[in-house]
Structures are given as C-alpha cells and as structure tokens.
Design a protein around this ligand. Structure first.
Ligand code: GDP
Ligand code: IMO
Ligand code: MG
Length: 440
C-alpha cells in the first residue's frame, strides 16, 4: 500500500528530516501530523543545509505536495520566515503547501507565557523549546483556541484575538507579575503577518483522504519522538502531542485503518534536549566526546544535547507502541573512531524502600524511569570511516555486527543505515524490507 509513516523512536533529533527527505522523492504528499515550530528537521542536499521547522521536509522533493495537518500547531510569523528562507534558497513553495483549517495558531503571547513559565519554574522546568507549544495546547484543550480557518474571517478572528489576549494579559500580570501586551498594535501586526498563511488554509484532511482513496503515495512525517509523547512519554518532560503512529489518524483526519507501514528512526546512540530521565546518559568527558563527534547541538534552539549510549529498552518499547515495519538507523558514522561501544540491553530495576529485590526490565517504563539502571554489553568498534559506504557489504564487519546486535535486541529489522548527513549517505540494508521502496 502506498503509505508510510516516519517516526522518531527516541527523544527527538534522530535524523527524521534526513530520512524523510530520502524517502519522499517518490511521494505525492508529505504530511506533518503533530508538533509545530518546536521541531527542527535538517536536510543536507547538494552541499546546502536546510532546517525545516513547520514545513514538511518533503518540500525539498519537487514532485511532492505538503500538508500541515489539523494536529499541528502553527506559528504564522515563524512560518512566514521559514517560507521566505526557502524562497531565498530557490525552493518553490507556491501552490505546494496546504495548512489544515483546524490547526491551532501560536500567538506571541503563547511564546511569552511558555518562556516565563520556564524561567519561573526553576528546578521544576521542563526545558521546552520556548515556542509556545504548552500554552497553545492548553487553549486547544480548553476549547478557546484560534485556528487557521479563523484567518479567513476578520471579524471572528478579531473577536477571538481580543478575548484570548485579555486572558493572556491577566495571566501575565496576575500570575507572572509581568507587563501586559498592548492590544491595538499587536492585532494589526498579527493580521498583516497572517496574510501569507491565510492563502494556504484549506481542507488538508480531505486532500490526504482523496490521495489515499486514489492510491497515491502519502508519507506522514512525525516530529519529536515516541518518548516525548504526551501520553506515552516521560511525563511531564514531554511535548504536547501524540508523536508516534498513534498521532496520524487524529492529526490528519484519516482512518488508522489506512496505515500499513511505519519506519522508526533511531540514532546509533541516544540524545535528549531538555530535562527528564535518561538512563544511559553519559556525564562528563564521554558525553562531551559523543556530543562533539555527533555535532549534537539543537537545530531549533542551539542547545547542547545530552548524550548517551544506545538504549535497547527505550527503542524496544517504541517498537511495541508503533509496530514499526523497520528501523532507519542514523549517525552510525559518529561511532567510527571508537575502540569499544557499550550498548544497554535492558535494565535492572532498583528496589524501592521495603523491597529487597528489583528484577530485570526489558522495556523502558516511563513511570519508573528513575529506578532503571542500564545493563551494558560492549561491542568492538570498527575504527575506520564509513561515510563513503554505499552498500551493506561495504560496511566494516564490526559495524555490521553492531547493527545486527541492535536489531536483535530491539526486535525490529533495520532497513536503512545512514552514515552521514548528506542525502546520498544512506544504505538500503535489506532490499524489499519496505514495501514503500519496492513500489516507488
Ligand atoms: P530530526 O529532528 O530528527 O530531523 O533531526 P535533527 O535534524 O534535529 O538532527 C539530526 C542531525 O544529524 C542533523 O544535523 C543532521 O544533518 C545530522 N544527521 C542525520 N543523519 C546523519 C548521519 O547518518 N550521520 C551524521 N554524521 N549526521 C547525520
Ligand atoms: P524534532 O522534531 C528534540 C523537547 C524539548 C523539551 C520537551 C518539551 O526536531 O525531533 P516543547 O517546546 O515541545 O514544549 O518542549 O520536548 N522537544 C524536542 N526535543 N527534538 C524535537 O523536535 C523536540 N521538540 C520538543 O526540548 O524537552
Ligand atoms: Mg530536530
């Protein structure tokens, strides 16, 4: 069947942008179903690096049209900047991007409230991207949000804008003891800034349904990662959406019964930005080494990413939640120079007070994350560059052994291995493992 969902299987930044770019060359539609400008998806093609935040990465595949689905939250000002950046890079976007009218809009006060809450939370901070994701999602669930379709009716927009700004100003003054945002100027600015977006508002869900009904190839692009999922992740250190295959149906408006294939994107080690549990995290010099080798600095905020060894229990639970057809393993080349590579096969559960024995746990358990002690085994490194390899057999034997061990541990085949950030630096491990590639 011509559909594929690409999902981050760790804590985000696994290389989804690169994988989506590689797989969307034959797609008719590339659809984001959740998240917003908190995402940063990097694509390197023809020597140029592009970071997509809200626009699906498929925009770099000229034959694909793109949809921002109803499950996304959209910042009109940042979207206008992103589109201007793409235009400067010579990427045609006119007529190629539809924003679902049901997607909620991020306003300036959402960003301000997000940042103030983080600043004031001290040790209780989440480490958000400061893009207003929490506050806009609060409005959505509270059923007072402003949606993209509201941009088509100036009176309705102005009424909601005034009401919501008044509520935000009350919070700014009463809760945060901060200055309110003056209304008149902001409303005019905002209406002006949203005109480009208004021209793209449409029924994204209908477009995707029609494509599926006509057998057209549709790729669903996830943002963030499974363990940042609002329900399944390391709550409260999560984002505000359903990040896995679970988010596609409600985030686009298609039946889940359409979905036939999903690829989990995993890094050959683990990273996380922001706060929250991270069992295999490496403090000190080892973590610094991985960060430098992998260039682990955030694509959205520039923050240093926390780094650690591959955690099979974490990915095993992602495989379970998503029933991935296969994995795309990225950044294998980052491990090229290491003599030995530890990887966590599962965990020992540290006993609680009153318990004498903890036991062994195979799946990451977000509710008991602080008690999970990784159990490691060590693989031999290959100590040779892999960036030039273009087939499975060209990879050094020790690298192939690492990949094989990893797929055995997480109980899911690896269909793609990425050995560099460039579009060409990708290897199809098993021909035919993905129907999407066979039928493309
Ligand atoms: P995303 O959010 O999942 O799309 O990932 P990001 O773009 O935030 O971070 C991934 C980073 O790794 C980007 O800088 C990519 O250019 C880079 N990258 C992707 N795949 C590879 C790879 O196989 N090897 C190396 N060295 N870098 C990669
Ligand atoms: P991509 O799509 C990595 C993290 C933040 C914070 C938590 C909540 O590039 O993989 P939010 O701003 O969403 O309220 O922040 O989620 N986070 C990400 N981490 N990659 C991302 O996106 C992320 N988007 C949000 O760092 O810990
Ligand atoms: Mg990213």
């Amino acid at each position: 069947m011509p559909d594929l969902t690409v999902v981050g299987a760790q804590w985000g930044d696994e290389g989804k942008g690169k994988v989506v770019d590689c797989l969307s060359r034959t797609a008719r539609l590339v659809v984001r179903y959740q998240g917003g400008p908190n995402a940063g998806h990097t694509v390197r093609a023809r020597g140029r690096e592009t970071i997509l935040h809200q626009v699906p990465s498929g925009i770099l595949s000229p034959g694909a049209k793109c949809v921002i689905g109803c499950g996304c939250v959209v910042d009109p000002e940042l979207l206008a900047e992103e589109l201007a950046g793409l235009a400067r890079a010579g990427v045609r976007t006119r007529g190629r991007l539809v924003v679902d009218g049901r997607a909620h809009l991020i306003m300036r006060w959402h960003r301000r409230l997000d940042r103030l809450r983080e600043e004031r939370a001290g040790a209780g901070r989440i480490g958000t991207t400061g893009r207003g994701i929490g506050p806009v999602s609060t409005d959505k669930v509270d059923r007072v949000g402003i949606r993209a379709a509201d941009l088509l009716d100036e009176d309705a927009f102005q009424a909601k804008f005034k009401r919501n700004l008044a509520a935000a100003n009350w919070l700014l003054m009463e809760k945060f003891r901060a200055d309110p945002i003056p209304q008149r100027r902001l409303m005019a600015d905002c209406w002006q800034a949203t005109r480009p977006l208004a021209a793209m508002v449409g029924d994204g869900g209908a477009l995707v349904n029609e494509a599926l009904e006509n057998g057209r190839r549709v790729l669903f692009e996830g943002a963030q990662g499974v363990h940042l999922d609002i329900d399944l992740g390391t709550y409260p250190y999560v984002t505000c959406s359903s990040t896995g295959v679970n988010g596609v149906a409600s985030g686009v408006g298609v039946s889940p019964l359409w979905l036939t294939e999903a690829v989990g994107v995993v890094k050959a080690y683990t990273t996380r930005v922001g706060e929250g549990p991270f069992p295999t995290e490496l403090a000190g010099a080892e973590g610094d080494t991985l960060r430098v080798l992998g260039g682990e600095f955030g694509a959205t905020t520039g923050r240093a990413r926390r780094c650690g060894w591959f955690d099979a229990g974490l990915v095993r639970s992602s495989v379970r939640y998503n029933r991935f057809t296969a994995l795309a393993l990225t950044k294998l080349d980052v491990l090229d120079s290491l003599v030995e590579i530890p990887l966590a096969t599962g965990y020992r559960l540290r006993p609680q007070a009153g318990e004498t024995r903890g036991g062994v746990v195979e799946h990451f358990d977000a509710t008991r994350a602080a008690r999970l002690e990784p159990l490691y085994e060590t693989m031999t490194g290959w100590r040779t560059p892999t960036g030039h390899c273009r087939s499975w057999r060209e990879l050094p034997l020790a690298a192939r052994r690492y990949v094989r061990r990893l797929e055995e541990l997480v109980e899911c085949p690896v269909a793609l291995v990425s050995i560099g950030s460039d579009r060409e630096q990708i290897i199809e491990v098993k021909k035919g493992a993905l129907q999407w590639l066979k039928s493309g």
